[in-house]
Design a protein around this ligand. Structure first.
Ligand SMILES: Nc1ncnc2c1ncn2[C@@H]1O[C@H](COP(=O)(O)OP(=O)(O)O)[C@@H](O)[C@H]1O
Ligand SMILES: [Mg+2]
Length: 407
């Protein structure tokens, strides 16, 4: 294993074959490049994973996404050795997990990782605090200490007031928070989350995603998150790994997945996704190129060239007014000769990290948007046309992929 300090989990050449003779012909065929369907037809064995390689960096949210049966859960289960891999290595913090057994494996699981499942898996007859502290109890931690840790974890998920409630008294979303608190209580470096939010309805699900991201930012866990929902993957993932038939199809940032889908399969998935959600304004903004308010109107309009408008900045570089081409032409036609007469102050501002979706409504007014840093200083100018073009460009890209791959 390399000394890449940045990486905390690595799957290396992992195979998982299900069936009576997992290391037999099915494995050989799979190694030779036969896909899941072929191997199943030829040998009756199921290829859960075929030569899976990925690494997860410390502190990132790494999402494994794919349809049901694509091997997501199987991959996750090799990380805590709930499954023994047919071949390959899983490294976690330099430990060859698949070599661990017995108490060493138990300790490793308890100390290194917490797991959150789709179905809440809470003990119905124990109250919330005992559910959350259960893992610590198993580790032999005394009541006072485990209650303290449990309350702290519950506070992170906003449920400290429900410590004495029974699970049945809580909504599905709240029960899932208890599940998350339980995973956090032993303060593991890694959270393994298998379809953790998939059973929740969309609004609650979104809230949970937000909370999980906020918690992750505070406590800097590494999260290996599994979902069949590309929207969720792109929303929460620092990087996304797309799987199909037990194989990795693409690994990339949400932007890379969207703008450079590796195969038609990915492109097809991506087609359903709202592009504006993940592309940030800073990727399409242009130099501010401000306009001087003391200029005459005619040269100022010429300077605009094909831009929709330019901003007037104060001495600190903050935008205070906007000259648009349309306003300038109108003012000119009514006899004005100065920029001052054509300025408007009802313009929109956003940070560089705003997504295209967030500025979409503003762009719909047809006005340029001032991109400003934390101090309000203008760092970029977004032309509404470019927002529309960018959103359209990705759609075109996907169309093109589809034509190449499917026709
Ligand atoms: N214990 C098992 N025995 C036999 N086949 C299994 C077992 N677990 C998973 N599989 C098969 O392995 C493949 C991947 O399953 P899984 O990892 O659960 O997919 P996902 O989590 O992406 O829905 C599927 O074809 C599934 O039927
Ligand atoms: Mg699964």
């Amino acid at each position: 294993m390399s000394n890449d300090n940045d990486e905390i989990i690595r799957l290396e050449g992992i195979y998982k074959i299900f069936g009576p003779r997992p290391t037999g012909r099915a494995y050989e065929l799979s190694q030779e490049g036969y896909g899941k369907n072929d191997v199943q037809q030829l040998t009756g064995h199921v290829v859960g994973l075929r030569d899976v390689n990925f690494s997860v960096r410390r502190g990132e949210i790494f999402v494994v996404m794919g349809l049901s049966g694509s091997g997501k859960s199987t991959a996750l289960r090799t990380v805590n050795k709930l499954f023994h891999a047919t071949a390959g290595h899983v490294w976690v913090d330099g430990v060859d997990v698949q070599q661990l057994d017995g108490t060493a494996l138990q300790h490793f699981r308890r100390e290194k990782m917490g797991m959150v499942f789709q179905h809440f898996a809470l003990f119905p007859h124990r109250n919330v605090i005992d559910n959350v502290g259960y893992g610590l109890k198993v580790q032999g931690v005394g009541r006072a200490e485990r209650n303290r840790a449990a309350i702290e974890a519950l506070a992170m998920t906003g449920l400290d007031a429900y410590a004495d409630s029974m699970p049945s008294q809580l909504s599905g979303g709240m029960q899932q928070r208890v599940g998350l608190a339980r995973a956090l209580a032993s303060d593991p470096d890694i959270l393994l989350m298998d379809e953790a939010f998939s059973a929740l309805d969309p609004l609650i699900r979104r809230q949970m995603q937000d909370e999980m991201m906020a918690i992750q930012e505070r406590v800097q866990k590494t999260i290996l998150f599994i979902t069949h929902d590309l929207n969720e993957a792109l929303r929460i993932g620092d990087r996304v790994c797309i799987m199909k038939d037990g194989e990795v199809v693409q690994i990339g940032t949400p932007e890379e997945i969207l703008t450079q889908p590796a195969t038609g399969y990915v492109a097809e998935f991506v087609q359903d996704v709202d592009q504006g959600r993940v592309i940030e304004v800073r990727e399409i903004m242009q130099e501010p190129q401000p306009v001087d308010r003391s200029l005459d109107l005619a040269p100022a309009l010429r300077n605009l060239a094909d831009r929709a408008g330019a901003f007037v900045l104060d001495d600190g570089g903050r935008p205070v007014a906007l000259l648009t081409a349309a306003d300038g032409i109108r003012a000119g036609s009514m006899g004005s000769t100065e920029v001052e007469a054509a300025l408007r102050s009802d313009f929109e501002q956003c940070p560089p990290t705003a997504t295209l979706n967030e500025v979409y409504a503003a762009a719909g007014r047809g006005l340029p948007i001032a991109v400003v840093d934390d101090d309000g200083v203008m760092v970029g100018n977004v032309d509404p046309r470019h927002i529309m073009e960018e959103m359209g460009r990705v759609e075109q890209l996907i169309d093109q992929f589809e034509r190449e791959v499917f026709m």
